[in-house]
Design a protein. Structure first.
Length: 310
């Protein structure tokens, strides 16, 4: 493993294993680059620019949004910082702009860690770790969070990887989401209900072209087999990129943008985001894990690439 110089994203760490390569950032413990056999599996971004759209970042101790940054714990209203002012929400937890420490490393594996300290809106103390390990066809990721404080703490885990397949335009990829239910939201993207997909716009079980999709949406009712759910992007030539997440991840968010910065221009990009809890979970309780003092919890997911069969 090679540690790069300090960038706009803190220290960076390069992992190399066979034909697999990844670049991780200290800030947000993000995946900045990932490739297999020279094929880019993330669109990447420059080390000297602001990370676009939370690209590759760990979302902890909650993913997605908290409505008005407000929730109630044991009868006391908690007020989080509003980090999505346009929609008046608290977005993506507390560690997105924290620089994680390098705790362990080999050439093909790194463990990054960061702590959450008690603060207004979240009066709990956590130790969090994320382990990135290269595998023959991609990357395997394990999150571990431990409650190091004196009171039971609510926790959700999420991550925000953008995915692509080499030089194939992302708009030309087919997205398959193995899920039966769509989480309906209001104009601030906070949940208002759950609806079966049933062959409508949100039904991606048989696959749809990314070019035809405009998404910042979540699904549940994920199809679980062999310990987790699998969602895929497929290229016209038969290559596939799969995101697998274990049974701890009961929710999946997909975000598309036509303005992901690459070079001097913009391209279509897609983030496929495993989450253990949906938006506004601190209010609804959906998917939250309540950790007792001294208790820890782990959850895993992976990115796997399959080239064309010769």
């Amino acid at each position: 493993m090679r540690t790069a110089e300090v960038t706009a994203h803190g220290l960076e760490y390069e992992l190399l294993g066979g034909t697999v390569r990844a670049v991780l950032t200290g800030v947000g413990a993000a995946i900045r680059e990932l490739s297999v056999d020279g094929v880019d599996l993330t669109p990447g971004y420059r080390p000297d620019v602001l990370r676009p759209f939370y690209s590759g970042t760990v979302l902890m101790p909650w993913p997605n949004r908290v409505r008005d940054g407000r929730w109630t714990h044991r009868g006391v209203t908690q007020y989080l910082d509003i980090t999505e002012p346009r929609r008046a929400n608290a977005l993506h937890g507390l560690l997105c702009f924290t620089e994680y420490r390098l705790l362990e490393h080999t050439d093909s594996c790194a463990v990054l860690g960061a702590q959450v300290f008690p603060q207004h809106g979240y009066p709990f103390q956590l130790d969090t770790r994320v382990r990135y390990a290269l595998v023959d066809d991609g990357l395997h990721v394990t999150h571990t969070v431990a409650n190091t404080g004196p009171q039971t703490a609510p926790v959700g885990i999420g991550t925000h990887p953008f995915l692509c397949i080499g030089d194939v335009p992302t708009a030309a990829l087919t997205l398959t989401v193995a899920a039966d239910d769509h989480i309906d939201v209001d104009d601030r993207l906070n949940p208002v209900g759950v609806s079966p997909v049933r062959g409508g716009y949100w039904d991606l079980r048989a696959g749809r072209l990314v070019a035809d999709l405009d998404l910042d949406d979540a699904w549940t009712g994920l199809h679980m087999s062999d310990g987790g759910s699998t969602h895929t992007l497929s290229a016209p030539d038969g290559r596939t990129l799969s995101l697998w997440a274990d049974e701890q991840f009961g929710y999946l968010q997909v975000f598309t943008t036509r303005r992901y910065p690459v070079g001097d221009g913009f391209v279509t990009a897609i983030a496929v985001e495993p989450m253990t809890a949906p938006a506004d979970a601190l209010n609804s309780g959906a998917g939250l894990r309540w950790l007792e003092p001294g208790q820890d919890w782990s959850a895993s997911w992976s990115i796997r690439y399959r080239g064309t069969v010769q």
